[in-house]
Design a protein around this ligand. Structure first.
Ligand code: ADP
Length: 300
C-alpha cells in the first residue's frame, strides 16, 4: 500500500524573466525569455511526494485568479489530490523572479492567498488524521503550521517539518515535530548559533536531517545515531527545488516504514535526480528515476 502523505503548505505561481543582466533600480532591460511555472515549497513537495509514489493530499490556498486554476491543474496532473485546496478571493501567491545569464537572481514573493490560510477546518483535520505522514514548511502562517502539527500528533500521524525559509520557531510548534529537515542556514537559525550544534537541535526535536547540498545529508536522533549519508555524484544543471524533491521523497520512504538512514539515502537520490534537470516542478523525479539512481549508490 502506498503511504498516505498530507502536505500543508504554500502554492505559488513563479513568473521567471531571463535577461543578460539584472536591471538596476529604476532601469528596464530587454529580456531573453519568460517562463511561468507553478511553485511554492508546499506544492513542490506535494508533487515530489506523489511522483515518489505517495498517495498525496495537498492542503493550501490559491487565489480566485487564473494562476490558481493553473496551480490546481498542475497538482492534479501530477497525481496529487488537490480537491481540498481552498480558493480565497484575491491573488494567488506569486513569485516574480529575475534571472541573469550567470544564474544570479532577484526575487519578490507576494504571498497572496497563502497568507489567508488560517484556522484548519474539520475536513482538513480529518485528512491529517487519516494520513501516515504530515509534512509542513514555513511559507504559510506559522500558527497554521502549529495547528496542523498538533492535529497530527493527536491522531498519531508522524510529522515532518521542513523549516524553510529560515526563522526561529515557537516551542509549541517544535514540541509536535517528529522529524526536522533543515539546511545549514535553517539549522543555525533554529538553534540560535552560528555553527551546527546537533545536540542543541536534538534537545528541541527527536530526529534531525541536515541537508548538505552536494555533500549529501546527515541524520541524527536521540537514540545516538549520527550518520553522514553521502550524495550521489551527478552532473548538476540546476539546484532549484532539490530540497523539495528530497523532503517529498523522504516523507514517502518514512511512510513506507523504511529505517530513517535508508530513507535519507533514498531521498538523497531524489535530490540528486532533481539537480540533473533545469527548472522546478518539472525536475521533480519519479519513483523509477529515484530507484535507478539509488541502485547505483556506491555508499549503500
Ligand atoms: P536546500 O535546497 O533545501 O538547501 P540542498 O541544497 O541541501 O537543500 O539539497 C537537498 C538534497 O539534494 C541534498 O541533501 C542532496 O542529497 C541533494 N543534492 C543537492 N545538491 C546536490 C548536488 N550538487 N549533487 C548531488 N546531490 C545534491
Amino acid at each position: 500500500m502506498a503511504p498516505r502523505v498530507v502536505i500543508v503548505g504554500s502554492a505559488n505561481m513563479d513568473l521567471v524573466g531571463l535577461s543578460a543582466r539584472l536591471p538596476l533600480p529604476g532601469e528596464t532591460v530587454l529580456g531573453d525569455d519568460f517562463m511561468m511555472t507553478p511553485g511554492g515549497k508546499g506544492a513542490n513537495q506535494a508533487i515530489a511526494a506523489a511522483r515518489a509514489g505517495g498517495q498525496t493530499v495537498f492542503l493550501g490556498a490559491i487565489g480566485s485568479d487564473a494562476f490558481g486554476v493553473t496551480i490546481n491543474a498542475r497538482l492534479t496532473a501530477a497525481g496529487v489530490d488537490a480537491s481540498g485546496v481552498r480558493t480565497s478571493y484575491g491573488s494567488s501567491g506569486v513569485a516574480v523572479i529575475m534571472v541573469d545569464r550567470s544564474g544570479e537572481n532577484s526575487i519578490v514573493v507576494a504571498p497572496g492567498a497563502n497568507s489567508s490560510f488560517t484556522g484548519l477546518t474539520e475536513s482538513e483535520r480529518r485528512a491529517i488524521a487519516e494520513a501516515d505522514v504530515l509534512v509542513c514548511q514555513l511559507e504559510i502562517p506559522v500558527e497554521t503550521v502549529t495547528e496542523a502539527m498538533r492535529a497530527a500528533r493527536a491522531a498519531g500521524t508522524r510529522t515532518i517539518l521542513n523549516a524553510a525559509p529560515a526563522r526561529s520557531l515557537p516551542p509549541e510548534l517544535l514540541d509536535n515535530v517528529d522529524l526536522l529537515v533543515v539546511n545549514e542556514i535553517e539549522a543555525a537559525t533554529i538553534s540560535g548559533r552560528s555553527d551546527i550544534d546537533m545536540p542543541a537541535l536534538l534537545a528541541l526535536v527527536p530526529r534531525v536531517v541536515l541537508t548538505l547540498s552536494g555533500s549529501g545529508s546527515r541524520y541524527a536522533d536521540r537514540s545516538g545515531t549520527d550518520a553522514v549519508v553521502p550524495a550521489f555524484p551527478v552532473e548538476v544543471l540546476d539546484t532549484t527545488a532539490a530540497g523539495d524533491a528530497f523532503t517529498g521523497a523522504l516523507s514517502v520512504a518514512w511512510g513506507e516504514g523504511r529505517p530513517l538512514v535508508e530513507a535519507v539515502r533514498w531521498a538523497n537520490a531524489a535530490g540528486a535526480a532533481c539537480v540533473r534537470h533545469v527548472g522546478a516542478s518539472n525536475a521533480l523525479p519519479t519513483r523509477d528515476e529515484i530507484d535507478a539512481l539509488y541502485a547505483s549508490d556506491p555508499g549503500a
